[in-house]
Design a protein around this ligand. Structure first.
Ligand SMILES: CC(C)(COP(=O)(O)OP(=O)(O)OC[C@H]1O[C@@H](n2cnc3c(N)ncnc32)[C@H](O)[C@@H]1OP(=O)(O)O)[C@@H](O)C(=O)NCCC(=O)NCCS
Length: 171
């Protein structure tokens, strides 16, 4: 199993992987266009046959906040540590960028808690995150849970929250 930055050639496999779970309403569907545009945010897990078996994207919001999106692992490999490895790679990338906090909105709460994330009230997150939510068919009755992992005590999500309050919606 190899964890590496995604390449444009991985986009169709990423699309199919996400679609598998989006069809079951476990995550948000992504178009091929969205995947290509954000391909540099993606990390993939590739098996020995060079098949993409996992993906995740790290989207930077502000100087101290990024979001984990599009996390999916091929069903036949669930429970073998692939998801954790993808999160670890994103956490390392966030640390490299000097971003202190990484959050996610998910139904897979237990998994993220096992990987060091803690639940927070969605209201603690910056308003800017709702730019994407309002385009989701499940809005506003979505039951996704917000979780966050923060490096160090001095940089809580509320710091990012305060900064992002200055950014108008739609920016
Ligand atoms: C959520 C998902 C990415 C987890 O990937 P995975 O490769 O199966 O997870 P891992 O094997 O790395 O598990 C890491 C830890 O989390 C635990 N875990 C995994 N899924 C869990 C769950 N649903 N509930 C509680 N704990 C879970 C594992 O037992 C493991 O714990 P351990 O290291 O203490 O033994 C995978 O189930 C998936 O693709 N689900 C469908 C898409 C989805 O829900 N994406 C979430 C973001 S929208």
């Amino acid at each position: 199993m190899n964890i590496r930055p995604a390449r444009v050639g991985d986009a169709p496999a990423i699309y199919e992987l996400i679609k598998t779970f989006a069809d079951r309403k476990l995550m948000i569907r992504r178009s091929m266009g969205e995947i290509y545009e954000s391909i540099r945010e993606f990390v993939v897990a590739v098996d020995d046959a060079n098949r993409v078996v996992g993906c995740v994207a790290l989207h930077v919001f502000w100087e101290d906040l990024a979001e984990l999106k599009c996390l999916a692992v091929a069903e036949e490999l669930h429970g073998r540590g692939v998801g954790r490895k993808l999160l670890d790679a994103c956490w390392a990338a966030a640390r490299e960028l000097e971003i202190a906090s990484v959050f996610t909105l998910t139904y897979s709460v237990g998994f993220f808690e096992r990987c060091g994330y803690r639940q927070i009230d969605k209201a603690e997150l910056p308003h800017k995150i709702w730019n994407e939510c309002v385009r989701c068919p499940l809005f506003p009755s979505c039951t996704e849970v917000a979780l966050i992992r923060t490096h160090g005590a001095a940089t809580e999500a509320t710091t990012a929250h305060a900064a992002l309050e200055l950014v108008p919606l739609g920016a």
